[in-house]
Design a protein. Structure first.
Length: 157
């Protein structure tokens, strides 16, 4: 069995603990069950760790514990990641204020991850972003990358 490599942005980790939007929370927890069962190799990045570092108290502890429990390795931010992010920004895929959304995708792309998993429907998981990222990635020599919600990933089999 070929396992997909997946990159989890911070929104996915947050929804593991969500108790208001149950559909998203349940999909997220199911994704983590599939990770635990070996269906996916899950990664995060230095950027995710930085974003978690901006949280406090119990929330920070829970997020860091989740990463440790599921033994998710983190991907390094390289100059190539920064260059690819700039290409996305030049194409105006992401508003300047949300540069990190593009940065997540660039990190996953450079590290040859198969799928970026996110609950960010506003800037990441949407048709225009998928099309623009695909065009840029191909133009500069990277492979295509999927951008999906946890729900789409767990329903793909």
């Amino acid at each position: 069995m070929v396992r997909n490599t997946i990159y989890l942005d911070t929104s996915v980790l947050n929804f593991f603990f969500e108790d208001m939007e149950l559909e998203k929370a349940n999909s997220t927890r199911e994704l983590f069950r599939e990770i635990r069962n070996g269906k996916f190799n899950a990664y995060i990045s230095e950027l995710v760790l930085r974003e978690i570092g901006r949280t406090q108290g119990l929330k920070r502890e829970r997020l860091l514990s989740l990463i440790k429990t599921y033994k998710m390795p983190w991907l390094e931010v390289t100059p190539e990641c920064m260059e690819l992010t700039e290409k996305y920004m030049e194409r105006k895929i992401f508003p300047t204020k949300y540069r990190d959304d593009g940065f997540h995708i660039a990190i996953a792309t450079v590290h040859q991850i198969d799928v970026v998993v996110s609950w960010n429907l506003r800037h990441m998981v949407k048709l225009r972003t998928r099309r623009e990222v695909k065009a840029i990635n191909i133009a500069v020599g990277y492979k295509e990358i999927e951008i999906c919600t946890p729900m789409e990933v767990i329903e793909s089999d």
